[in-house]
Design a protein around this ligand. Structure first.
Ligand code: COA
Length: 151
């Protein structure tokens, strides 16, 4: 399958949509406009089938998803690793995200398979904070199998 991984083209409408979807408001918008929010997407046959967003101002991975019919092909692993690289290049010391703590959900299995670790911090509604252990400033996910060369 011919997959392309590329920076997401951002329009003002898209930024507005992301603001609503993520629940982030002014600081997030400022981080987007300053270029500190990193967007990568995976495209197949001209259609976006996965995306990942991370904020190097906070170290947070804000969003990651892959279309149902494209899952279990390494797309999320690749997208996340690309965004982690971008955050590390910006000097981020701690990379973290809010994830479901329900072990039956794909996201729970996915992050643990890739070495992310629980911090013990739990938020409301079955959400926990997990983080990626950073060793010597390197991306521990970079050793993950590559399914396509970076753009
Ligand atoms: C979580 C999600 C992003 C994973 O996307 P994906 O492209 O299928 O993930 P990958 O193919 O890169 O998976 C990498 C590894 O994670 C683990 N994994 C991923 N999905 C899994 C599942 N449903 N069950 C068990 N392990 C899973 C596996 O170890 C997998 O490697 P393998 O396929 O060689 O066994 C996807 O299921 C999704 O979009 N879910 C809904 C949105 C969501 O929950 N996003 C995260 C919010 S915090």
């Amino acid at each position: 399958m011919d997959l392309e991984f590329r920076p997401t083209q951002l329009t003002e409408a898209r930024i507005q949509m992301l603001r609503a979807v993520t629940g982030k408001d002014q600081p997030f918008a400022a981080d987007v406009l300053s270029g500190r929010v990193k967007f990568r997407e995976c495209v197949h046959d001209g259609r976006v089938v996965g995306h990942c967003i991370g904020n190097s101002a906070t170290g947070e991975i804000i969003g990651l998803s892959v279309d149902q019919s494209y899952r279990r092909q390494g797309i999320a692993r690749k997208l996340l690793s690309l965004v982690v690289d971008l955050l590390l290049a910006d000097g981020v010391q701690r990379i973290w995200l809010e994830a479901p703590s329900d072990s039956t959900l794909p996201a729970y299995r996915f992050y643990r398979a890739l070495g992310w670790q629980p911090t013990g911090q739990h938020l409301a509604d079955g959400i926990e904070i997990i983080e990626l252990p950073i060793t010597n400033g390197g991306n521990p996910m970079a050793a993950a199998p590559q399914i396509s060369p970076p753009p």
